[in-house]
Every structure is written in C-alpha cells, then in structure tokens.
Design a protein around this ligand. Structure first.
Ligand SMILES: C[S@@+](CC[C@H](N)C(=O)[O-])C[C@H]1O[C@@H](n2cnc3c(N)ncnc32)[C@H](O)[C@@H]1O
Length: 456
C-alpha cells in the first residue's frame, strides 16, 4: 500500500501524516526513513510539525512493544483483532502520553480523538476511553514481573520482540541483553565517511565546525565522523562537492577488512546502494577496477549517482544475479566483497519497523540464500585472493554458521585477521577472527564480517 492510498486528507496535521505513514509501513516493505523523507519532501508539513511527525513515526515504531503491552491491559479484545487503523491510533495516542513531555496529556488525548473522528469515527469513543483510562490507572499498570519472567520484562520494557530477546539471551549474559535491547531502541547517531579522495577527516570536521555543527571523530573508522542532531543531508556543508557519504561506522570497517590495493580487480557482488563500493574505491585511490553487481539497473543507478558526486570513476556496474555462475564468463578477481542480503537485525535501531516485520523463519530463509551466494561468488576469486563475507545481522545462523558451512566445503579457504585489525582495532575481532560489532558495545550498528583468503 503506498502512502497515496491512505487517507489523503488533512496532510498538514503531523498526527494524521504519522498515522498514514504507520499504516503504509505495516502494509508494505519500505523502510520508515524512506517514507518519512517522501512525506517531508511534499512540504505540506511546516516548521515544528515536521519534527513532530518524524518523532511520532519513529517513536511509535521504536516503542511499539511497550505501547502494545499497556494497550493489551486496557483493551478487552486482543490487539491483533482490532481494526488496523485503530491499533495505530491507540499507539499514537499512548506514545504521546508516555514519551512526549512537551505535549500536555489532555492535548494528546484531544488531538488523537479528533484524528479518530476523521479517519474512523465509529472508534473515536473507544480511543477516548482507552487513553483516559490509561491516565486514570497509570500507576496500577504493571510491566511483567522481572524475577518470574525476565524475557517478558525485557521485551516489554525495551520494545523488542520476545523471540529476539530469547535469541540474544543465547548469545550473551543477561545484563548485556538488557544493554543491547536499550541501545536498539535508542536513536542512532548520524555517521559520515569523509571522502579522503577530496578532503581529510580533520578538514571536513573543521568545515562542519565553521557551520556550527557539532561533530566528533569515530572511534574505530579512520574516515568516520559522528554528528549530533537531525539534518537534511543534502544541505550539509560539502555534500554537493562530494566531500562525504553517509555510512555507519560498522559498515565503514568492512572495506578496511577487505583492504583492496590500488590497481586490483575487485568484485562487489551485492553492491547497491553502493556505500561500501565507493569506500573500496576510495581505499584504492580510485585506481584499478571495481565491478559492482546487484539485481537490477535501477538499484545500480544509485551506485553510479553517488560515484559521480564523490568523483569516483573506477566503478562499472552490471545487473546480475550472482547466484547464477554463468553471468561473468570466467572473470576472476583479486578481492571480492559479498555484503549479503540479510534480515537486517543489526540495523533495527535505524529501521525499527523491521522489529515487527521479521520472524525467525526470515532468518532461516536469509541463511539459505547466503550459503548459496557465498559458495557461488567464491568461485570468482583468483588463487591467493581475499573475500569478505559481511552482513548487518546479529544472528549466528546468518553469520558464523554460514561461514562454518562454507569452510567445511571449501578447504582451500582460511579466515585471516587482515592488516587493519592486527593493531589497536584487533579488539573488534572475535577469537575466531571475525569482525563482530554491537550497538551496546561499540556504539555502531550490529555487523558481522569475516575475511577469507584462498590459498594459491
Ligand atoms: C545488504 S544490501 C547491500 C548494501 C551495499 N553493499 C552497501 O554497502 O551499500 C544487499 C544487496 O544484495 C542485493 N542482492 C540480493 N540478492 C542478490 C543476488 N542474487 N545477486 C546480486 N545481488 C543481490 C540486494 O538487491 C541488495 O541491494
């Protein structure tokens, strides 16, 4: 369902716009930031309403588990049985009561009931009743008991699906699960990568400083800069000049693990939208050749667009399904990056809608595809060459288990640490030599990457 199809009237109301976006997200596959950017580009919301709209959408998605926990105590029917717009209306109303200090409770209730009267008049009484009942009985509404049901408590407190909490409990101690759950529901920083083909990181930071933008260098990525606040990216200083790209710090470390050299032949097998492709080109001094493949020309157009803005010319693109070996006619590469399609569990702080879309079955489905892709692209690596397998997932099924399965069938491959990670950054590697990053430990997105070298 596109946003155009849901309640097009009253767009200038940030709550109505937020409701439409939440409905479109629940019905479709697009990310929240894409729909939010689209709504804001329409310029129908003005001034502080733009920030409120964004905050409402991201806030409801980030806090949906907690909101639904309380709603289940206030509504007699199971939430899943309520009409779909009613669920979103109740979440929107309750989010304002629980998390928006700047909106007085009576104003939040009034605005939500007025919105209900416009979009679902028969349910406006119920919306009014539930929100007022929350205000009356707030002190008596409890979270699950932490001692009896620690998983339920974590899920409801930090708005993480129960199955994901259980998965994390198998991966780390309980105290860490709580920190991870909290970090996952918090707002992530905006992270940029200085385009060192055009400017050094310090000089770029000075440009931001001159413009009154507060920023700091990333802890591990040598080109990374963290910015505080919300920005319209194209209006940041240096964007049009191609002085930086937007890229999370974890993602920036992947190109350093592969460490391509100037003049090499590189394949970026799942390249779009091109964040890592263009970082690889940067590390190669824009010399050599990078073949960027992805499923469609439409997706690859974004790689070329960014390459042009950043002044990079060593990248060519090819629309191809890399699980089909025939597409490259025997061409071999010195370096291969397989940034595999994955569940995205590591980036749910950026794409909070994914928390409520994903199921354990998706993890299994992704893992099957990843095993196939890794075994196919490995055939394209020249003897002595290196391949990085990476995902933005935290699930072992998509990460360590895919690599273990691959190594058991490809005896000529071994895991290497990579030069970049042999010094101070070696603390980022697991004992098996894989790069494993977590929001609560490293302040980055969740990422997994491993460097595999093929014996000559
Ligand atoms: C994690 S994203 C890549 C992100 C990208 N490396 C970056 O840093 O901007 C995975 C990509 O794999 C692509 N993909 C999925 N299956 C593929 C296949 N069989 N062949 C080629 N690309 C595929 C998807 O279209 C998607 O763009």
């Amino acid at each position: 369902m596109s946003q155009k199809n849901v309640s097009p009237s009253h767009r200038a109301d940030p709550r109505h716009a937020a409701l439409n976006t939440l409905r479109a997200l629940a019905a479709g596959t697009e990310h929240a930031d894409t729909l939010i950017d689209r709504e804001l580009a329409r310029e129908e919301l003005a001034g502080p309403d733009r920030g409120l709209y964004r905050h409402l959408v991201f806030g409801v998605l980030r806090r949906q588990g907690t909101l639904d926990h309380y709603l289940a105590l206030l509504v007699t029917q199971p939430l899943q049985k309520l009409e779909e717009p009613l669920r979103h209306l109740l979440r929107l109303g309750l989010f304002q009561l629980l998390y928006l200090d700047r909106v007085p409770p009576h104003a939040a209730v009034h605005a939500t009931v007025e919105l209900a009267k416009r979009v679902l008049p028969r349910a406006s009484g119920l919306v009014n009743g539930v929100l007022r009942s929350f205000l009356r009985s707030r002190e008596q509404l409890c979270l699950p008991d932490r001692a009896c049901d620690p998983g339920g408590w974590l899920a409801a407190t930090h708005s993480v699906p129960r199955w994901l909490i259980e998965q994390w409990r198998g991966q780390m101690p309980e105290e860490e699960v709580e920190r991870l759950a909290a970090a996952t529901s918090a707002e992530p920083p905006l992270t940029l990568r200085a385009n060192t083909l055009r400017i050094g990181r310090d000089d770029l930071m000075a440009r931001f400083g001159d413009a009154g933008i507060s920023c700091e260098p990333c802890r591990y990525a040598p080109e990374g800069i963290r910015l505080e606040g919300h920005f319209f990216i194209p209006s940041l200083p240096g964007f049009a000049e191609g002085l930086f790209a937007v890229q999370d710090e974890a993602s920036q470390l992947v190109a350093h693990l592969l460490a391509p050299q100037p003049g090499q032949r590189v394949l970026d097998a799942c390249a779009a939208p091109g964040g890592k492709t263009l970082h690889l080109a940067q590390l190669m001094g824009d010399s050599g050749s990078i073949l960027a493949t992805d499923l469609t020309d439409r997706k690859l157009a974004r790689v070329l667009e960014s390459a042009q803005r950043l002044g990079i010319s060593c990248v060519r693109t090819l629309a191809a399904d890399v699980s089909r070996p025939e597409y490259l006619h025997g061409e071999l590469f010195d370096r291969i990056l397989l940034d595999a399609p994955c569940s995205g569990l590591g980036v749910i702080r950026r794409n909070p809608e994914a928390k409520w879309r994903l199921t354990p079955a998706d993890i299994e489905r992704c893992a099957r595809r990843q095993r196939l892709l890794l075994s196919r692209v490995a055939n394209l690596l020249a003897p002595g060459g290196s391949l990085v397998y990476a995902t933005c997932s935290t699930a072992p099924e998509e990460d360590e288990q895919v690599v273990a399965d691959f190594l058991s069938h490809h005896r000529q491959f071994v895991i290497e640490k990579g030069l970049f990670f042999s010094g101070a950054a070696s603390s980022l590697l697991t004992t098996d030599g894989a790069l494993r990053l977590w929001p609560h430990r490293h302040g980055t997105d969740g990422f997994f990457a491993v460097l595999l070298t093929r014996h000559p």
